[in-house]
Design a protein around this ligand. Structure first.
Ligand SMILES: [Cu+2]
Length: 119
């Protein structure tokens, strides 16, 4: 009886996990909420799982500059990373937001925003 209860709990846990198993952002460069003194050549986002490398604009990186201008970075997916070349036209001091959208291995779209500051 106890074994069945444990098994039921295990199945419930696994089920919860699989419904949330898109992927998650693990780390970024620049680091989220960091203050940096010079801009990077590349923006790098590392996810927990390999991304789907789809053609078109599914996997995308955009930057919102301190003065509110949005630019799409030229980016590419490699395994669990999305890497974008910094747009040199974006160089003013202040708050930058990186908006990302990626295709998780289960086909779901995962998106979000990270912020960093240039002093
Ligand atoms: Cu999913």
């Amino acid at each position: 009886m106890r074994k069945i209860a444990l098994l039921t709990i295990l199945i419930l846990l696994l089920n919860t996990y699989s419904t949330n198993a898109h992927t998650v952002l693990v780390s970024t460069s620049p680091k989220a909420n960091s203050t940096i003194s010079s801009l990077p050549n590349k923006v790098k986002l590392i996810f927990a799982d390999n991304l789907l490398n789809l053609k078109g604009k599914i996997n995308e990186l955009e930057v919102v500059s301190p003065n509110g201008i949005t630019k799409t970075l030229i980016s590419k997916v490699k395994d669990n990373q999305l890497e974008g070349n910094w747009n040199k036209a974006l160089n003013s001091k202040g708050k930058y937001q990186i908006k990302y959208r990626v295709a998780a291995p289960d086909g779901h779209i995962v998106s979000g925003v990270i912020t960093f500051y240039l002093k």
